[in-house]
Design a protein around this ligand. Structure first.
Ligand code: BTN
Length: 242
């Protein structure tokens, strides 16, 4: 991961710039290729949101693709990738200061008081239930953050975008090679969501209850007040109360 590294000045979105590199017939980007931009004009987030960035934000995208003769990426593998990336970012960001930040399901990096430090967006080129490639996009507030969000320099003064990028790519490389159980255990250990009362906006509507656990696929298990257990594969979590 990150062996092939390209820096660009201003791009619309690193997701699209990396796809263009991957589709370059002369020298297509290999698996793990990483594209970092100085500035992004129309960064996108999960669920159609906008990701705005400034000079204090690190924005990059990583190409994840199956070998031409290998098996394609399956839905369970793709489902775990954002959680794996969350674990890697948490490790790189906390650097031994365990309680400085944590993960909100599925993959937001937050301060313990709930302000966002980083976001992750996985876009897979799905063909039915599998994909030959996926683009993992990561945006991190390093020295500056939008209103209401947080940045890493609040608890890691002096940390630069370049140093964090290196740590994040290194962690991503290691965590992508770990078995599913190890990733899920690390995710749970870094979780700010589990054990909390939450509201989750899903395609089927708003669900509320206690975030109980993750299942083996990384889905969120939500215990509703009526005792029903819901398995949530995609949604937007709000932490309720403390
Ligand atoms: C989210 O929290 O909703 C995910 C935000 C992901 C933003 C990153 S910035 C780099 C990459 N390029 C994009 O256009 N989006 C992702």
């Amino acid at each position: 991961i990150g062996q092939a590294l390209r820096y660009q000045g201003t791009v619309q979105s690193t997701q699209d710039a990396l796809r263009a590199w991957a589709d370059d017939p002369a020298a297509p980007a290999p698996h793990g290729a990483t594209l970092v931009a100085e500035r992004q004009l129309s960064g996108r987030g999960r669920r159609g949101r906008v990701w705005s960035s400034s000079g204090g934000t690190l924005v990059f995208s990583v190409l994840l693709q199956s070998a031409p003769d290998g098996h394609p990426l399956t839905l369970p593998e793709l489902g775990l990738m954002p959680l794996t990336a969350g674990v890697a970012l948490h490790e790189a960001a906390s650097a031994g200061q365990g309680g400085a930040c944590g993960l909100k399901w599925p993959n937001d990096l937050l301060t313990p008081d709930g302000r966002k430090l980083a976001g992750i967006l996985l876009e897979a080129d799905l063909r039915g239930e599998e994909a030959r490639r996926a683009v993992l996009g990561i945006g991190v507030n390093v020295s500056e953050a939008p209103e209401g969000a947080a940045h890493l320099n609040e608890f890691r003064p002096g940390l630069t975008r370049a140093a964090f990028l290196k740590a994040a790519l290194d962690a991503l490389d290691r965590w992508l090679a770990q078995p599913r159980e190890a990733v899920l255990d690390a995710w749970k250990a870094a979780s700010l969501t589990l054990g909390r009362d939450v509201q989750v906006q899903t395609a089927r509507g708003l669900l509320s209850g206690r975030a109980e656990d993750l299942d083996a696929q990384g889905n969120l298990l939500l215990r509703a007040r009526d005792g029903d257990l819901h398995t949530i594969s995609a949604g937007d979590v709000q932490l309720v109360g403390r």
